[in-house]
Design a binder for this molecule. Structure first.
Ligand code: XIL
Length: 389
C-alpha cells in the first residue's frame, strides 16, 4: 500500500471512531433521578393520580425518574371509605400495583386529617367513644389492607394550627367531638369533648400530654395494624424553625421518650413566593433527625406566577431551580433526611392551579409536555453532588 493511501485510511478510521463515540454519547441516556438517588440512598418520590397512569408519557416518566410514589388523594377518607360500611381500595391498589411492577416504594397518605372526609363522617353527629371506634377501625382496616405493601404512612396530617401556631387545630378528631383519652393511652376514659381536660388525667405526664393524646392513639393503632410500617407525623408550614415546628418537636420528643411508635416527620414543603428560609429549614431538619426520627420531604412544589396559558418566566424558572437545589442540598446534608418527594411531577397535573385560581402554577420538575425543567436539572445536580453522604 502506498504511504498516501495508508494516511488516508488511517484518517478515515480515526474519523469513524470519533463519530462512533459521539453517537454513543448522544445515545447514552443521562442518569435519571432515581439512578442518581441510589448512591445517596435517597428516596425520590412523586404524588400520583391513578387515572393518569394510563397515559404513556405519565407512567413512563414516573417509572423512569422516581423510586417512590404516594397516592395524592386515593387513600383519603372520602375516596377509600365513602360510606360507613364501604371501603374502596381500587384506586390505591392501582398505585400499589404500578409501584410493584416498577420497583418503587409506596408512601401512604393519610389516615387522619381534617379535610377530604366524607359527609357520613363529618355530619354523623357521633359521640366521642363512637368516633374513637370508627377511627380505630378505619386505621386498622386501611393499614391492614396495605400491610407489607405500603412501607410508610402519614398517620396524622396537619394537626397543628395555622392561626394559633403551636396549638392544635380544632377538628372532628381533636375536639368536635374529638376522641378522648383512654386507660391504654395512660389517662381517664373521659367523656365527650377534648382530651385536653387535664383535671381528668391521672398524672403530671398525662396532663402535659393530654392535648395530643388523640394523635398518640392513632400511632398506636397504626402500629398494631402493621408493626413493620414506618409511621410519620406530616405537617405544612413547619419546615423551618418556628412555633409550629417547635410544638411538633416537643410532641415527637415526648413520643420518643415514652416509646410511642413514631418513626419520622414529614415536612410538606409547598414553597410559595419563591421564599424558602433554607438556613432555618436545615436547622430544623438537623434537630428532628437528632431526635432519632427520620425526616422526609413529602409534598414539595415551588409555585410560580403564571400567565393565562400557564407559563412562568424563564427568570422565575431559574429561581425555582435554585430553590429545589437548595432544599435538596439541605436534606442531603443529613443522613436522617431520607426522602424528597414532589406533589405531582408534571405541570400538567398539579393542585397549585386550582388552589390558586390559576394565578400560580408551573410548580414541578417537568412541564406540561413532560419536558424536564431547570428545576429537574438542579435536583439532578444536587443528587450527584450529595452521592457521598
Ligand atoms: C391536595 C390534592 O393535591 C388535591 O388534589 C386535593 O383536591 C386537595 O388536597 N396538603 C396535603 C395534601 O397534605 O393532601 C393536599 O393535597 C395538599 C396540601
Amino acid at each position: 500500500m502506498r504511504s498516501g493511501t495508508l494516511v488516508v485510511t488511517l484518517w478515515i478510521t480515526i474519523l469513524a471512531t470519533a463519530i462512533d463515540c459521539k453517537e454513543a454519547n448522544a445515545a447514552a441516556p443521562e442518569a435519571s433521578l432515581r439512578e442518581l438517588a441510589r448512591a445517596s440512598e435517597m428516596l425520590i418520590g412523586a404524588a400520583v393520580r391513578p387515572w393518569a397512569l394510563s397515559e404513556a408519557a405519565y407512567s413512563s416518566t414516573l417509572a423512569r425518574e422516581f423510586n417512590m410514589v404516594e397516592p395524592e388523594d386515593a387513600l383519603k377518607w372520602e375516596t377509600i371509605h365513602p360510606q360507613a360500611q364501604t371501603y374502596d381500595f381500587s384506586q390505591g391498589d392501582q398505585v400499589v400495583d404500578f409501584a410493584r411492577r416498577h420497583g418503587m416504594k409506596v408512601r401512604g397518605h393519610t389516615l387522619v386529617w381534617h379535610q377530604q372526609n366524607p359527609k357520613w363522617l363529618t355530619e354523623g353527629k357521633f359521640g366521642s367513644s363512637e368516633l374513637a371506634e370508627i377511627l380505630e377501625k378505619h386505621i386498622k382496616i386501611v393499614v391492614g389492607h396495605y400491610r407489607g405493601k405500603i412501607f410508610a404512612w402519614d398517620v396524622v396530617n396537619e394537626a397543628f394550627d395555622e392561626v394559633h401556631p403551636g396549638e392544635l387545630r380544632s377538628t372532628i378528631w381533636r375536639d368536635q367531638p374529638g376522641i378522648s383519652l383512654t386507660e391504654e393511652a395512660g389517662g381517664s376514659t373521659g367523656g365527650p369533648g377534648n382530651s385536653g381536660d387535664s383535671s381528668r388525667s391521672g398524672s403530671a405526664a398525662n396532663r402535659k400530654n393530654a392535648s395530643y393524646a388523640y394523635i398518640e392513639r392513632c400511632f398506636r393503632w397504626a402500629h398494631e395494624a402493621d408493626p413493620q410500617a414506618l409511621l410519620f407525623y406530616n405537617e405544612a408550614e413547619a419546615e423551618a424553625v418556628n412555633r409550629k415546628s417547635d410544638a411538633i418537636y416537643a410532641m415527637v420528643r415526648d413520643f420518643r421518650e415514652r416509646g410511642v411508635p413514631i418513626d419520622g416527620v414529614g415536612f410538606q414543603m409547598h414553597v410559595a413566593n419563591l421564599h424558602a428560609d433554607v438556613g432555618s429549614i436545615s436547622d430544623n431538619i438537623k434537630r428532628f433527625t437528632a431526635l432519632g426520627v427520620q425526616v422526609q420531604i413529602t409534598e414539595m412544589d415551588v409555585a410560580l406566577p403564571v400567565d393565562a396559558a400557564g407559563n412562568a418566566t424563564p427568570e422565575d424558572l431559574q429561581r425555582q431551580a435554585d430553590v429545589y437545589r437548595q432544599i435538596a442540598n439541605a436534606c442531603l446534608s443529613y443522613r436522617g433526611c431520607m426522602a424528597i418527594q414532589t406533589w405531582g411531577f408534571t405541570d400538567k397535573y398539579s393542585w397549585i392551579g386550582s388552589h390558586s385560581k390559576h394565578k400560580q402554577g408551573a410548580a414541578l420538575l417537568f412541564d406540561k409536555d413532560y419536558r424536564p425543567k431547570p428545576a429537574y436539572e438542579a435536583l439532578r445536580e444536587a443528587l450527584r453532588s450529595g452521592s457521598g453522604r
